[in-house]
Design a protein around this ligand. Structure first.
Ligand code: AMP
Length: 635
C-alpha cells in the first residue's frame, strides 16, 4: 500500500517547487517558505526552517504559544473561532464547538462503532458507507471542512508571524491512516488554500526532527512512541537509503493523557467524601476539578507532591508515588502494545537502534522509564515532545523545497493518478509526489441492483472533477454476477513500475472476474504542461472542493431516493397510509432539493427523510423474525 513507505525526496520537476500563486490576488510570486504542519487530534502546530539558523522552529504568533488546540467554535452569526479561544466554549456551548475532528476524517458513520457517544456535537447518522457529516445549526460540515478551518488558522498565524504568504505545506498523519484518511487530509489542506506537497507519517517526521534518516547512507530501525492527550500509538520504522518503511504500528485511539487525568479525579473523589458531595451540588466544580487534575499530573512530572485547593477549602493532594500506582495499568497497556508491534515487525528490543518520544504525556517520568526499560535503552526525549512532529514536518518541507542538496533524489510521480467515481468525481489512488515504484488500491461496489458491468476510467491530474483532468484509459469489467447494489466487491489496483508504466487491474472478489490495462501516464506530457495542470488545481481549488461537496451530497441523496423507493415497493404493506403519504412527501421534497445545487439544502432533506424512515426497517425486520419463528416449533 502507498501508506507504508515514504521517501525523503525532491519532486522531479525542480522548477515547479519555486512557483507559487497568491490565492487572494491570483498573481504568481516567488516564495521560499514551505511550512510543516502537525494536524493533531487535540493540538496542532506549524513550524518552518529559520532562514538564518537553518533549524526548525515552531511558530509562536503574537506570543500565543506554539500549540493551537484543534477546536473549532461556530458563533451565533456563523463565524468560526479556532484554538484556545474556541476551547473555552467546549463546556458552555458544546453543540457548536467541534473537537477531535481528526477522529472523523475519512470515516463513515459505521466506522465510528462504539465511539459514537464520545462526541458532544451532532454527527449525522445516514446509516451508510458514505463519509460522516457534522450538523451545526442549519448547516452540514464534513470533517474535511472543519479540519480546513484549523489549517487556515495555522496558515494565518504563520503568515502573520513570518510576514510572508504561505501557500505550500507538508502535513503529517498517523502511520496507520488509510488512503481515504490521507486523501481527506490533503483535501482539507487544499480547502485551506494550501498546496500539500506531501503527506508524511508522524513517526517519520519525529525521526527527521532527531536527525535520523536524513543521511541516505544511514540504515536504522527505530521505534516511535507517541502518547498524546487522547490517543496512543507505537510505530516501528525501518530506514534505508532515505526511505522510511513502516514495519508495524499498534496503539489505542482512545487512550492518552486524559485517562491519566481521570485516574487522579477518581482517586480524589474516592479519598475525600467532601469532594464527592460538593461535586453533586455544584456542577461547575467538575470542570475545575478536571483542570486541577491535569495541573497535578503536570506538576508531578517534575515534583514529588501536588497540593491545591478546590473551591474555598477542599484540599486536593497527591504524591508522585500514588499517581504512579494509579497509572501503572495504563502505562502497562501501552507497553503491551509495544510488545505486539515488535512481534508484528518480527524484531527483538535489542534490534531497535533508537527510541523516540512524542506527545505531551511522554513527559510523565513513569512513562519514560517504562519505555526505556522495555527497549533496553534510554529513549530520545531532548526535543519538546509537543513540537517534535511539526519540527520534522518542517525539515521534510525544506528537503522538498530543494534546500538540502545532500539528500538523495528519488523518482516521484508528478501528477495524481485515479479513477472516476459517481457524479464524475476524481478518486485519487496514487497521489502526486509518490515515490515510484509503488502500488495502491481501493475497493468499490455497484450502485444499482443486478449491475453486471463496471466502467473503470483512469485519469491523471489534480482537479476534483475528472472532466478537468487527463483521461488515460477506460475499460469495462464485465461478467460481475447479478447481485443487489453494494454487494459486489471490486478491487481496483494501480501498479506503477520504476519506468513509470501504470498497470490498472480490476477484480470482483466474489466471482474472481478480472480485467487489466497498461498505460504510460507521462507519455506526451511536457514539463510545462505538468506545471500548468498543477497551477490550475491551485487557482481552482475552492470552486473544485465546493463542486465536489455538492456532487457528494447529490450522490448520497440519489442513493437514499433509490433505497426508500425500493423499500416502499417491497414493504409498503407494513406501513400505515399516513406513513406512506409522509414518506412520499419527503421523497418529493428531496427530489425538489436536488437541482438546487445547495449542499446544505440537499443534506437537510436527506436528514429529514432518514429520520422519518429509519424506524421502518427495524419494524419490517421484527415482522420477518416473527414470521420465521412462527414456522418453528420448540419441542
Ligand atoms: P499532545 O496531544 O501531544 O499535545 O499531548 C497533550 C497531553 O500532554 C495532555 O494530556 C497534557 O495534559 C499532557 N501533558 C502536557 N504537559 C505535560 C507534563 N508536563 N506532564 C505530563 N503530561 C503533560
Amino acid at each position: 500500500m502507498s501508506c507504508c513507505s515514504e521517501a525523503v525526496a525532491l519532486p522531479k520537476h525542480k522548477d515547479m517547487a519555486k512557483v507559487a500563486i497568491n490565492l487572494s490576488t491570483g498573481a504568481l510570486q516567488q516564495e521560499e517558505v514551505i511550512v510543516g504542519i502537525d494536524l493533531g487530534t487535540t493540538n496542532s502546530l506549524v513550524a518552518y526552517i529559520h532562514p538564518e539558523t537553518k533549524k526548525p522552529v515552531a511558530i509562536n504568533d503574537l506570543g500565543r504559544g506554539t500549540i493551537v488546540p484543534s477546536v473549532v467554535h461556530f458563533t451565533p452569526n456563523g463565524e468560526t473561532i479556532v484554538g484556545n479561544d474556541a476551547k473555552e466554549y467546549l463546556t458552555t456551548d458544546p453543540s457548536n464547538t467541534i473537537y477531535s475532528v481528526k477522529r472523523l476524517l475519512g470515516k463513515s458513520y459505521k466506522d465510528l462503532g462504539e465511539h459514537k457517544d464520545y462526541f458532544g456535537y451532532k454527527i449525522i447518522d445516514d446509516d451508510s458507507e458514505g463519509l460522516v457529516k457534522i450538523r451545526v445549526g442549519d448547516k452540514f460540515y464534513s470533517p474535511i471542512e472543519l479540519s480546513a478551518e484549523i489549517l487556515k488558522e495555522l496558515r494565518e498565524r504563520a503568515e502573520h508571524a513570518l510576514k510572508t504568504p504561505v501557500n505550500r505545506a507538508v502535513i503529517t498523519v498517523p502511520a496507520y491512516f488509510n488512503d481515504s484518511q490521507r486523501q481527506a487530509t490533503r483535501d482539507a489542506g487544499k480547502l485551506a488554500g494550501l498546496e500539500v506537497l506531501r503527506i508524511v507519517n508522524e513517526p517519520t517526521a519525529a525521526s527527521l526532527a532527531y536527525g535520523i534518516g536524513i543521511d541516505p547512507a544511514e540504515e536504522k530501525t527505530i521505534a516511535v512512541y507517541d502518547l498524546g492527550g487522547g490517543t496512543f500509538d507505537i510505530s516501528i520504522l525501518s530506514i534505508h537509503q532515505g526511505i522510511f518503511e513502516v514495519l508495524s504500528t499498534h496503539g489505542d485511539t482512545y487512550l492518552g493523557g486524559d485517562d491519566l487525568d481521570r485516574a487522579i479525579i477518581n482517586y480524589w473523589i474516592q479519598e475525600n467524601e467532601l469532594i464527592a458531595d460538593t461535586l453533586n451540588r455544584d456542577k461547575n466544580l467538575q470542570q475545575e476539578l478536571r483542570l486541577k487534575a491535569e495541573e497535578a499530573k503536570k506538576t508531578l512530572s517534575s515534583n514529588e507532591v501536588y497540593t491545591s485547593n478546590l473551591g474555598d477549602n477542599i484540599e486536593c493532594y497527591i504524591t508522585r508515588h500514588t499517581f504512579e500506582e494509579l497509572i501503572a495499568p495504563i502505562v502497562a497497556k501501552t507497553i503491551d502494545s509495544c510488545r505486539m508491534a515488535m512481534a508484528d515487525a518480527k524484531l527483538k528490543p535489542e534490534q531497535i537502534d533508537a527510541v523516540i518520544m512524542v506527545g505531551g504525556s511522554t513527559r510523565v517520568p513513569l512513562v519514560y522509564e517504562a519505555v526505556s526499560e522495555f527497549f533496553g535503552k534510554p529513549a530520545n526525549n531532548t526535543l519538546n515532545p509537543d513540537e517534535v512532529v511539526a519540527l520534522g514536518a518542517a525539515i521534510q518541507a525544506d528537503i522538498l523545497a530543494g534546500n538540502r542538496k545532500d539528500i538523495l533524489l528519488l523518482d516521484v510521480t508528478p501528477l495524481t493518478l485515479g479513477i472516476e467515481t459517481m457524479g464524475g468525481l476524481m478518486d485519487s489512488i496514487i497521489p502526486r509526489n509518490s515515490k515510484i515504484p509503488t502500488k495502491a488500491g481501493r475497493q468499490y461496489t455497484t450502485s444499482i441492483d443486478g449491475q453486471v458491468n463496471m466502467k473503470i476510467s483512469v485519469y491523471q491530474g489534480e482537479r476534483d472533477l475528472v472532466k478537468e483532468n487527463r483521461k488515460l484509459a477506460e475499460f469495462d469489467l464485465k461478467g460481475i454476477p447479478a447481485m443487489p447494489a453494494g454487494f459486489p466487491k471490486v478491487d481496483v489496483n494501480f501498479i506503477l513500475n520504476a519506468d513509470g508504466i501504470l498497470k490498472v487491474e480490476a477484480i470482483e472478489l466474489r466471482s474472481g472476474v478480472r480485467q487489466e490495462v497498461e498505460v504510460k501516464p507521462q507519455y506526451g506530457l511536457t514539463d510545462s504542461q505538468v506545471e500548468q495542470m498543477l497551477m490550475d488545481s491551485i487557482t481552482h481549488a475552492r470552486e473544485d472542493v465546493s463542486a465536489r461537496m455538492v456532487i457528494e451530497a447529490r450522490t448520497t441523496a440519489e442513493q437514499m431516493l433509490y433505497q426508500v423507493e425500493r423499500f416502499l415497493e417491497k414493504n409498503g404493506e407494513h406501513l400505515t397510509e399516513e406513513e406512506i403519504n409522509l414518506t412520499r412527501e419527503n421523497l418529493q421534497k428531496l427530489r425538489d432539493a436536488l437541482p438546487s445545487g445547495d449542499k446544505d439544502q440537499i443534506l437537510k432533506a436527506v436528514d429529514i427523510l432518514e429520520e422519518q424512515t429509519s424506524p421502518f426497517a427495524e419494524r419490517v425486520m421484527q415482522i420477518s423474525i416473527k414470521k420465521a419463528m412462527a414456522g418453528k416449533k420448540i419441542e
